[in-house]
Design a binder for this molecule. Structure first.
Ligand code: AHR
Length: 483
């Protein structure tokens, strides 16, 4: 593979929000994974696990979406206020039929946001909630003035409002969020979003429920009917190994499923391209963001675990899915303003797995770590001879270049030559790689895959030559700007 880097051509800025996370009341994501309660023996601050927060801060999580997912359209926020013992217990109908005791509510979510130092993305209930309920939640969270909801918040020991950067009006309204037709939802969206008021100085970015995968009709109708009323519109696409009804295992899979999962992940490029084309017709200035607020691999649950908890192991194959998908988002940085991988802890393609007091970082976590420099960097274009097993991003921030390359080939080393006029400043490399397709971190071996220094490159004048190991994700970055 031989590429020429066009370092002086300005590209779009890669939004840091592309590195967003999603945390739903599902399985052991919120409960156990994040929230252990103040009386837990697991070290915590105000009930939130300190080990998980520390790990997430290391990868600079920019935003967390909550409380769902399908859960959002059955969530009634007032159930999660006040003394824990008085909170309503409900059944989590979507996810395992378990009791939800509402111990983690609005105050606990914003405590998490404050501990992470990131932005909040709250998803409102359109499917089974009223306009009034949604309006009052926004008022409760954001109103700095006087109102019954602001007084209620203060009575619950929070004086100042919180900042709510993003708000979603319903989730999967075409499915678990109400089985609506796009024409009907478009009207509901226009109505509900009217009452997502701005009470304080901070504007909340409003997100309409967008299509499932390749439902281009849904996108067309929403953009036609509601463009002026939205800041963003969502898209959901999960990577699968085959049909939805027959998901492959997360471990111990054949090479055919290595390939099919990656093919499914790569479909993201086509989906964004085609949805963007529709968006361009109604929004040629690209004001409205495409918000991919659910993505990642969806595999069979681990044997012996609750099928409704969506707990799956995470291997080097998932790291490939993450790397390839993030590279696709970067390529579409003009349109993709946020993405939220599903989900942050213990569910689907997680960053972190926990077992009681133990915690491990998954290969996917390490990809987010290796890609940190791309947050808020300028995308740099390149041209030349590509290799279909290699996906890459080149970006520049504060005068420094970062290259990330992912070799999805199971057997082959691949040589890459990158030419840049003027050469490179001092470079440093890091990577993850594995020898087995299902290499992963377990509680017995939590660091089987971890970020290591990478020395497989050399600079010869304007040329950077890299030898990419099979099944690897490599970052090479300029460590000084040469000034
Ligand atoms: O992430 C799991 C589920 O997938 C979400 O609750 C839902 O929105 C989607 O179908």
């Amino acid at each position: 593979m031989k590429l020429t880097i066009v370092a002086d051509k300005k590209g779009p800025k890669i939004s840091k929000y592309i590195y967003g996370q999603f945390a739903e009341h599902l399985g052991r994501c919120i409960y156990e994974g994040i929230w252990v309660g103040k009386d837990s023996e697991i070290p915590n601050v105000n009930g939130i696990r300190s080990d998980v927060v520390a790990a997430l801060k290391q990868i600079k999580v920019p935003v967390v979406r909550w409380p769902g997912g399908c859960f959002a359209d059955e969530y009634h926020w007032q159930d999660g206020l006040g003394p824990k013992e008085n909170r309503k217990k409900i059944v989590n109908t979507h996810w395992g039929g378990v009791t939800e005791d509402n111990a983690f509510g609005t105050h606990e979510f914003f405590e998490l946001i404050e501990q992470l130092g990131c932005e909040a993305y709250v998803n409102g209930n359109v499917g089974s909630g009223t306009v009034l309920e949604m309006q009052e939640w926004v008022d409760y969270i954001t109103n700095p003035g006087e109102s019954p909801m602001a007084s209620l918040r203060q009575a619950n020991q929070r004086q100042a409002p919180w900042k709510m950067a993003f708000f979603g009006v319903g989730n999967e309204s075409w499915g678990c969020g109400g089985n609506m037709r796009p024409e009907y939802y478009a009207d509901l969206y226009r109505q509900y979003q009217t009452y997502v008021r701005q009470y304080g100085p901070e504007k909340t970015y409003k997100i309409a429920c967008g299509p499932n995968i390749d439902d281009y009709h849904w996108m067309e109708v929403l953009m036609r009917e509601a463009t002026p009323f939205m800041d963003g519109i969502s898209l959901h696409h999960y990577a699968l190994t085959g049909p939805w009804e027959d998901k492959g295992p997360a471990l111990n899979f054949p090479e055919s499923q290595w390939n099919s999962l990656l093919e499914s992940a790569k479909k993201m490029d086509e989906l964004i391209t085609k949805h963007s084309r529709i968006m361009d017709q109604y929004d040629p200035e690209k004001r409205v963001g495409l918000i991919v607020d659910e993505w990642g691999s969806w595999l069979s649950v681990e044997p012996g675990t609750n099928p409704g908890f969506l707990y799956q192991q995470n291997t080097i194959r998932d790291a490939m899915v993450a790397a390839v998908t993030l590279n696709i988002f970067h390529k579409h940085a003009y349109r993709v303003q946020m993405a939220n991988i599903a989900q942050m802890v213990n569910v689907l393609q997680a960053m972190i797995l926990t077992d009681g007091a133990e915690m491990l970082k998954t290969p996917t976590y390490h990809v987010f770590d290796l890609y940190q420099n791309h947050q808020e960097a300028e995308l740099i274009t390149s041209f030349g001879e590509e290799n279909q097993s290699v996906s890459h991003t080149i970006s520049k921030k504060e005068g420094r270049l970062t290259l990330t390359l992912c070799n999805t080939s199971v057997q082959q080393d691949i040589s890459v030559e990158l030419t840049k006029t003027g050469g490179y400043q001092e470079l440093e490399g890091h990577y993850i790689a594995a020898r087995e397709m299902d290499a992963h971190n377990s509680f017995a071996q939590p660091e089987a895959i971890k970020v290591m220094p990478f020395a497989g490159f050399e600079v010869l004048g304007d040329q950077l030559r890299i030898s990419l190991p099979p099944m690897s994700v490599v970052t090479i970055a300029e460590v000084s700007d040469g000034l």
